[in-house]
Design a protein around this ligand. Structure first.
Ligand code: GCO
Length: 461
């Protein structure tokens, strides 16, 4: 039996008032992902993912960090469930590691890998926490990358078979599934910018991958619907306004193009049935008769991940003609340089509601920092509390203006492997002391607990 987590009885924190405009059944959650927290990379039959290989390539990840151990969630999941229960969250969004359940990506299932997710789901349900499962958060089995990965049209069938396995094993207890997390990120960073695996810069592979991920989404939706009557299905997209570094025609054109790849390349075909015009032309060589109908399958909600506006500038020397740019120094920024702009969040929610006409869950929002704890590991992360509180205010403004927002998941429960930034960049409500794997709730964990309690009580001080 896991003892109740310590650290929630720390210093009192400012409590957000009960948020009167949110639905009584508003979902309060936290999010994580498999490669970023599980560890046990070569344990109990797990096969390698593209991130295992990529993170072990010298120079790819800050400080030479990898996800080999991460937060050791594979072994410490019960302790992490206890943290969520103490916080009072109603839902936990996590991802299944495809290579943990299908080491070769296809074929024989790995029963020990499936057993982990059984234990996790059972533990969550016993704690009164609803499991929300994302099928893909970037950790493609390396064996499938060796067969062409997402650039191979057959990847849609591989993904549908994987979805079928997960549905058959977890679908009796899991009622919320998302197909992909942020396909706009992993396709752009993996097939154009070289910041993610497979780290190629190739127009044909990039545009084929976009289309095949969309086909995989539609195929998985059909499988989940067929296997799990009454299940609630969604897609999780990064949605952030794209701003030109300078208001020149070239930078504005760059921003418009990045907007297509970043915000529209997946939600538009999956929900509206068509690519943005520029992308449609570039993806046309990979589109077969009936594909757009295969992609646009009915879903129940749209998950939006939002942190800040992003910036683009023209770059004639790059294949796509644009380059990613940091936020200007003069705007309010978080400790890791991301712009803080709650109004942009409110407007993103309103625009998405208007454009896609689906219930929205904010499936990621949070603030990163390269923070350190005191001698006891305690972190008084008042800047993170301020960020989260202001973004919840903006969410509430969007609801007041008619946005159908039904839930909010903080990224993240734990400090974790932040991709190229490794472990230096911390997003957790709970600090992880990696040498000891000790979990230490931050002030923001106490704040989130109090915020949820105030909402649940419906109290309006
Ligand atoms: C993403 C991913 C998360 C990140 C988080 C902070 O949005 O990039 O979903 O895995 O860790 O967003 O960058």
């Amino acid at each position: 039996m896991v003892s109740p987590p310590s650290g929630f009885d720390g210093q009192a924190v400012p409590v957000s008032p009960g948020r009167r405009l949110l639905r009584p059944d508003f979902v309060w959650g936290v999010s994580t992902s498999s490669y970023q927290i599980e560890g046990a990379a070569r344990e109990d039959g797990r096969g390698p993912s593209i991130w295992d290989g990529f993170s072990h390539q010298p120079g790819r990840i800050a400080n030479g960090d990898t996800g080999d151990v991460a937060c050791d969630h594979y072994h410490r999941y019960a302790e992490d469930i206890a943290l969520m229960r103490e916080m009072g969250v109603g839902a936990y969004r996590f991802s299944v590691a495809w290579p943990r359940v299908l080491p070769e990506g296809r074929g024989i299932a790995n029963e020990r890998g499936i057993a982990f997710y059984d234990r996790l789901v059972d533990g969550l349900l016993a704690a009164g926490i609803e499991p929300w499962v994302c099928l893909y958060h970037w950790d493609l089995p390396q064996a499938l990358q060796d067969r062409g990965g997402w650039a191979e049209r057959d990847s849609a069938n591989w993904f549908a078979d994987y979805a079928r396995l997960v549905a058959s094993r977890l679908g009796d207890r899991v009622k919320r599934f998302a197909t992909f997390n942020e396909p706009g990120v992993f396709t752009l960073f993996g097939y154009a910018f070289g910041w993610h695996p497979p780290a190629v810069d190739d127009a044909a592979q990039h545009h084929a991958a976009i289309h095949h991920v969309n086909l995989a989404h539609g195929a998985a939706i059909d499988v989940l619907r067929a296997y799990l009557p009454g299940v609630s299905l969604g897609t999780i997209c990064n949605m952030q306004p794209v701003r030109p570094v300078d208001p020149t025609p070239a930078d504005c054109a760059a921003a418009a193009l990045l907007d297509d790849y970043w915000n529209r390349a997946f939600a538009d075909p999956q929900i509206r049935g068509a690519y943005p015009a520029v992308l449609a032309e570039r993806i046309a060589p990979f589109v077969q008769d009936g594909d757009m109908e295969r992609i646009r399958r009915p879903i129940d909600w749209l998950g939006i991940n939002h942190y800040s506006p992003i910036y683009a500038r023209a770059d004639a020397g790059s294949r796509l003609g644009f380059a990613w740019s940091d936020a200007p120094a003069e705007v309010p920024r978080s400790p890791i340089g991301w712009q803080i702009d709650p109004d942009a969040f409110r407007n993103t929610l309103l625009d998405a509601c208007d454009r896609y006409r689906l219930p929205i869950y904010v499936t990621e929002n949070g603030a990163g920092a390269e923070e350190s704890g005191d001698a006891a590991g305690a972190v008084n992360d008042v800047e993170r509390i301020d960020y989260l509180s202001r973004y919840l205010d903006a969410l509430e403004e969007a609801v007041l203006l008619g946005a159908d927002v039904r839930g909010y998941f903080v990224w993240s429960l734990l400090d974790n492997f932040e991709w190229g930034a490794g472990y230096a960049n911390r997003f957790g409500l709970v600090r992880v002391d990696y040498p000891t794997q000790r979990r230490i709730p931050k002030a923001s964990a106490r704040w989130y607990k109090a915020t949820i309690a105030a909402q649940v009580r419906g109290s309006v001080p």
